[in-house]
Design a binder for this molecule. Structure first.
Ligand code: GLN
Length: 282
C-alpha cells in the first residue's frame, strides 16, 4: 500500500490536532521531510507517494508527539545558527534564543585571532560549534557534566568536521577551572530555571534533562558559582557572556558587578526580552 503525501499529511495533522497538539501542520511537515529526506516543497511538487514502511514510521512519530515528546527528539535533529545538529533524550534542545549570544560574540570579537574560548555547560555543543564555524582559528573547549550530552556534542563536531575539545566535567569544580588560564571568552547557557518554573514545566520541556534546566530556587546558582570560580581564568579585558532567563538581567548584572567586571551590558532577544548579560574582566 502507498499513500499520497497530501492525503497522508491530512490524516496525520487531524490525528495531532484531535489530541490538541499545537502547530500540528508544522510538525507533520517536519516528519514527512525527515522520513523522505526531501524538503516539503519537493515532496509536494513531486506529489510523492509514501510506502507502507514509511507510513508506519510516520504513525510511530505522530504517536510519540501526541504523548508530549518534543518534535526535535522525534526528528533526532534540529537547526541552530544554520547548522544541522543531532539531538535526543539526554541533551537540551538548542533554542533560537541562544543564537543571539553567537551574534553578540561575533560582533564583539570580529577580527580577533587565535582566541581561547570556553563554553561552560556546552550540552549539544551548539554554542561551541557555531563559534568555531565563524572564528576558525579559535581554540575552543566545551565542558559538560553529562556524558549523554557530550555524546551528541561529539557527534555534532564530527558531522561538521570542526575541531573542538569537548571535556566531561563539573563546571562548579575548582580543580577543573584551574586547568585553564588566559582565556579570551567564557560563554555559558547554564541551567537557569527557578524551582517554581521547574514545577510548572511545559510537557515537552519535561522530557529534557533536569540537569540542563534547574538553576536552584531563584535560578541563579550557576551564575553565582561560575562567575566566582572562573573569573580569574579570564585575561584582562576578557569577555564573560551568559544566556539568562528574561527576569534575571538585573540579578546577573549585579553578580558581574560584585565580581569586579566592567562595561556590563544586557542584550535583548528577537522578542525584546532580556536574554544576554555580559561583562569584561577588570
Ligand atoms: N531556555 C530554556 C527554557 O526556556 C532554559 C534553558 C536553560 O536553563 N539554560 O526552557
Amino acid at each position: 500500500m502507498v499513500m499520497n503525501c497530501r492525503e497522508l499529511k491530512k490524516i496525520l495533522v487531524t490525528m495531532l490536532e484531535s489530541e490538541h497538539i499545537q502547530d500540528a501542520e508544522f510538525d507533520v511537515k517536519c516528519m514527512l521531510e525527515q522520513v523522505s529526506n526531501l524538503s516539503w516543497h519537493e515532496i509536494f511538487a513531486q506529489q510523492k507517494n509514501f510506502s507502507s514502511r514509511k507510513i508506519q514510521e510516520l504513525f510511530t512519530m505522530a504517536k510519540r508527539r501526541i504523548s508530549g515528546e518534543p518534535l526535535q527528539y522525534i526528528l533526532g535533529e534540529w537547526e541552530f545558527y544554520g547548522m544541522r545538529l543531532f539531538v535526543g533524550t539526554g541533551v537540551l534542545i538548542p533554542r533560537a534564543d541562544t543564537e543571539i549570544l553567537i551574534d553578540t560574540v561575533l560582533d564583539l570579537l570580529k577580527n580577533k585571532n587565535n582566541l581561547k574560548i570556553l563554553d561552560l555547560c556546552t550540552g549539544s555543543g551548539c554554542i561551541a560549534l557555531a563559534l568555531k564555524k565563524y572564528l576558525v582559528n579559535a581554540e575552543i573547549t566545551g565542558i559538560d557534566i553529562s556524558p549523554e550530552a557530550l555524546r551528541y556534542a561529539n557527534q555534532n563536531k564530527n558531522y561538521h568536521a570542526l575541531t573542538i575539545n569537548f571535556m566531561l566535567g563539573d563546571v562548579l569544580d575548582n580543580a577543573i577551572a584551574e586547568k585553564f588560564e588566559n582565556i579570551d571568552l567564557i560563554i555559558s547557557n547554564p541551567p537557569y530555571l527557578t524551582s517554581q518554573e521547574m514545577a510548572d514545566l511545559q510537557k515537552e520541556v519535561s522530557y529534557e534533562p533536569v540537569s540542563a534546566l534547574a538553576g536552584g530556587l531563584d535560578g541563579l546558582d550557576f551564575y553565582q558559582n561560575i562567575t566566582g570560580i572562573w573569573k580569574n581564568r579570564l585575561k584582562q579585558d576578557g569577555l564573560l557572556i551568559y544566556e539568562i532567563g528574561c527576569q534575571q538581567a538585573e540579578a546577573v548584572a549585579e553578580i558581574l558587578k560584585i565580581n569586579d567586571f566592567k562595561n556590563i551590558q544586557v542584550i535583548q532577544d528577537l522578542e525584546n526580552r532580556n536574554r544576554v548579560v555580559l561583562g569584561f574582566k577588570n
